[in-house]
Design a protein around this ligand. Structure first.
Ligand SMILES: Cc1cc2nc3c(=O)[nH]c(=O)nc-3n(C[C@H](O)[C@H](O)[C@H](O)COP(=O)(O)O)c2cc1C
Length: 361
């Protein structure tokens, strides 16, 4: 139903500038009743981070930055949703235009710069849905003008523990100057140590809030070695691979828009982010789960992420081009794949990581 509505609305939405179209989409979703999604086939269910995910297909951060339509998104059939990025103080982000559709490439470039209503508003919106079902995470960042960036993450963790099932430390957005420097070894060690400490203090007497770290696709394998070692040492619960890329592959068709500054997502991100996912899987040695994100636009792409090492997948850009019907298509396609290969979902995780790290998909 919602898929058919999207097909009708898509030409009108895509005639608008992307940010206006997105605002209208959020508005439309907010007017929708948040019904409970139909039950998923049990074969799609998977236990990750000690939580029972009804299916492995999640919404990536950045779609519902202001935490406005959580339950409507869950009712579209996602197995989990990640809200935000949220930063402590409200901030406007970069001037418009700051998001661009590269339609021929099924890609997006954005330089939002973590525009956020701020932590207090996010906290209130999440508190209003306390007790409702569904696995909901929040992506957290630091204010652009913050004098204590690590303190910003700690504040978000302190206030969101108990309101979200997981919190994702975003040190990989290319649109906040200097943010990705937090991926450097010394900073990261301090950031993760203080984040875990804040989580443990805030969670006392409650179920543990899962803390994830989301990394950029534009890092060297040496940097990845250090990130994985630090994450494991500090007891991070999982890694999300990856955020958008600052690279501009030669293959991009829309040369005019490719020059825009910002992070590229969608189809052209699939190969580099999946290779990095496989490299991460080989380093993590199954000690913690991974979420695979970047260019998931079909069941085949989701299946490839799983084979590369993802326990769960997320998507955003493909929704812009294919609409919410894609969620059901991916779930159906995954079930067909499981039948065809006579394998359980969790047995496929990382099966082809060694080949995929070499670029053999
Ligand atoms: C418009 C837009 C805004 C985004 N905002 C965030 C964000 O706030 N925090 C974050 O960690 N990732 C953000 N992302 C990155 C996505 O979560 C995801 O990692 C990336 O888009 C790759 O997935 P995709 O190819 O399925 O879009 C954003 C992506 C887009 C397109």
């Amino acid at each position: 139903m919602i898929g058919a509505l999207f097909s009708l609305a898509k030409p009108a939405l895509h005639a608008l500038d992307p940010e206006t179209a997105h605002q209208l989409t959020i508005r439309g979703l907010s007017l929708m009743p948040a019904t409970v999604a139909p039950k998923d086939d049990p074969r799609l269910g998977i236990g990750v981070f000690g939580k029972p995910f009804p299916n492995p297909v999640g919404l990536a951060a950045g779609f519902d930055k202001q935490c406005e339509v959580t339950d409507q998104l869950l009712s579209l059939g996602f197995g989990f949703v990640e809200l935000g990025g949220v930063v402590p103080k409200p901030q406007a982000g970069n001037p418009r235009p700051r998001v661009f559709r590269l339609a021929q490439d099924e890609a997006i470039i954005n330089r939002f710069g973590l525009n956020s209503d701020g932590l207090e508003i996010a906290r209130q919106r999440l508190a209003r849905r306390r007790g409702r079902s569904g696995i909901v995470g929040v992506n957290i960042g630091a204010n652009k003008d913050s004098a204590d960036r690590i303190g910003d993450y700690v504040q978000c963790i302190r206030e969101l523990c108990g309101l979200a099932g997981f919190l994702t430390i975003n040190v990989s957005s290319p649109n906040t100057p200097g943010l990705r420097d937090l991926q450097g070894e010394a900073f990261l060690d301090d950031l993760l140590a203080r984040s875990i400490e804040a989580r443990d203090k805030a969670d006392q007497g409650r179920a543990r809030t899962i803390i994830l770290l989301k990394i950029a696709p534009d890092i060297s394998l040496d940097a990845l070695d250090a990130i994985v070692a630090t994450a494991l040492k500090r007891g991070i619960d999982g890694l999300t691979v990856s955020n958008t890329t600052v690279a501009r592959p030669e293959t991009l068709q829309d040369k005019a828009l490719a020059v825009q500054t910002g992070g590229l997502s969608g189809k052209p991100l699939f190969v580099p982010s999946t290779r990095l996912l496989a490299e991460t899987f080989l380093r993590v040695e199954r000690k913690i789960p991974l979420i695979g994100v970047g260019g998931v636009d079909s069941a085949e792409a989701a299946w490839a992420k799983i084979r590369a090492g993802a326990s769960l997948v997320q998507l955003y850009s493909a929704l812009v081009y294919k609409g919410p019907g894609l969620i059901g298509d991916i779930k159906r396609g995954l079930l067909e794949g499981l039948d065809r290969e006579r394998i359980a979902l969790d047995r496929a995780i990382g099966r082809d990581a060694s080949d995929m790290a070499q670029g053999q998909f």
